[in-house]
Design a protein around this ligand. Structure first.
Ligand SMILES: Nc1ncnc2c1ncn2[C@@H]1O[C@H](COP(=O)(O)OP(=O)(O)OP(=O)(O)O)[C@@H](O)[C@H]1O
Ligand SMILES: [Mg+2]
Length: 155
């Protein structure tokens, strides 16, 4: 599924829209946020975390690697692998301890094996000053979500 995102607000709106299709229980879901420097990965992640009910700052996980959130009964892990150079480092990061939550992963290409265990890929790219997004299902439940989303009426 493709979307044109003319401005940052459109990126925010796309994240809020995704929330309508995610199940109430997102434990174990993994969302990959792909795109080059400045493509809007953090913008999307922040909008999703805010839409899930977080009120307050959403610091970048670039140095901490993981920023955890607990919202209602949901755990959310905002992960940034920019500084990670191998899949081994994911073990140090405690990747498997994040299984009880929704994992939002920036720079997933730093650990190529991740896409096998992920549900959705949000690929963002420059379109002049704007951005284009492509959303792909990577698992059966991710595919089902994208199909349902693509068939829905815009709000
Ligand atoms: N659809 C859009 N159109 C134009 N600008 C956008 C859009 N979405 C986000 N931006 C802007 O792009 C800039 C970079 O966004 P952001 O920090 O989210 O990118 P990133 O992919 O996380 O970057 P990094 O690779 O450094 O982590 C911000 O100024 C943001 O407002
Ligand atoms: Mg970022």
């Amino acid at each position: 599924m493709k979307r044109h995102l003319p401005d940052p607000e459109a990126t925010d709106a796309l994240a809020a829209e995704l929330l309508r299709f995610l199940p109430a229980d997102t434990a174990g879901w993994t969302l990959l946020l792909e795109g080059e420097l400045g493509a809007g990965k953090s913008t999307f992640a922040r909008a999703l975390i805010a839409s899930l009910g977080h009120d307050g700052p959403i610091p970048s996980p670039t140095y901490t690697l993981v920023e955890p959130y607990r919202l209602d009964d949901r755990s959310i892990y905002h992960v940034d692998l920019y500084r990670v150079s191998s899949e081994d480092e994911l073990r140090f990061l405690g990747w498997h301890e994040l299984e009880d939550g929704l994992r939002l992963v920036e720079w997933p290409d730093r650990a190529p094996g991740l896409s096998d265990a992920a549900d959705l890929r949000i690929h963002l790219e420059y379109a002049g000053l704007a951005r284009d997004a492509e959303i792909t299902g990577l698992s059966p439940r991710g595919d089902a979500l994208v199909k349902q989303w693509a068939a829905s009426k815009p709000t």
